[in-house]
Design a protein around this ligand. Sequence first.
Ligand code: EPU
Length: 422
Amino acid sequence: MDAILVRGGTELNGTIPIAGAKNACLTLMPATLLTDEPLTLTNAPRLSDIRTMTQLLQSLGAEVQSLQGGQVLALSSHDVTSQRAEYDIVRKMRASVLVLGPLLARFGRAEVSLPGGCAIGARPVDLHLRALEAMGAEMDLREGYIHARAPAGGLRGATVDFPFVSVGATENALMAATLARGTTVLRNAAREPEIVDLAQCLRRMGARISGEGSDTIEIEGVAALGGATHRVVLDRIELGTYMLAPAIAGGSVELAGGRIDLVAAFAEKLAATGVEIAETATGLRVSRGPERIRPVDVATAPFPGFPTDLQAQMMAHLATASGVSVLEERIFENRFMHAPELARMGARIEVQGGTARVQGVERLRGAPVMATDLRASVSLILAGLAAEGETLVKRVYHLDRGYERLEAKLGAVGARIERVSE
Ligand code: EPU
């Protein structure tokens, strides 16, 4: 199995290009199931999660062609032969559940394996099911699968009031509603840029949607959707992660394509630690001088709040602040697996329930570490960039799910980082 070896202590200078968003692409791909015409996605990231979604769609009979080295995905659901998403694929990636709404809306039925829990929490899908039930679907949970049926004549428009914000449930309901009869109103909908991107793509396909990006989305169902070409929005989590690289290691790095509106709450906290962030003609520039960074308190929240997907990386940054920072995780119940690993590198972190108290130390020291999810793993790489000595991050397959060419991107700005086999 591969591991990543980081030798800390070099400043970073140069430019890092930011890819298209994993989590946008993972909901745009299943949108192909809504139409028998071709859907082309450009600016797709080259990640193992995208390959898993490709396999899932192919297992349903959809065509997925990866062009231009994977940056363009040509999809067609002209000849869908199955409405069943098997456990073997769904268990690898929870986002597989995003085929449920589209299959149900276009074919009137779907069987999707229940995704189960994962390292960061139990992560049920009850809100997805309730939204589709409100549109008239019948749901039956048997033998580990969701068996969903639309009523005769198809899904009906409905008002769905989400009790709390869910990105995935909003996406499933939004896709399903495009082909439902009548008007659907999604209240307390997720406002994430990935939702906006999905709505824009669906509109290109002929859907009638308004209000995306606010907490109320209105969808007027249409009889059929057509083909479209859509550019995947920039990955704001990859952007935030690489903004933290010079913030932690020192130096000055431009994030090509970076947009402040996608990371405003995060950027505000990062700036409060004493790191300089400037908008440039082509992206964002992050610079850090030799002085020690200041502590800051952070609480995760749905967009436009501080993203849970940047909490681990921010903790790595705050591990060397000149005082105490308090991080509150409010989205997932078990998302501090990086804390004991950072502690192996000398960080002083106390976790109690959903709160971590980080007492900054002067310096971290390299160590062999590993983590059980994507964002936790990358936080250890970031910590390794400034640590004294060598950090060996194991279980690299987590990183390959969400960061394309991580070693190349960090290596190009001066990090001493390489993939090694153990
Ligand atoms: N939840 C329920 N019931 C549901 C749905 C969600 O209780 O039916 C709970 C979840 O367990 C969680 C909270 O609601 O505690 C929010 O979950 P949400 O549905 O918003 O998350 P998701 O759609 O499963 C997406 C991203 C995650 C990201 C979260 C939050 C994708 C493929 N995944 O997950 O990304 O952390 O939104 O922003 O879009 C990652 O990329 O590393 C990652 C985990």
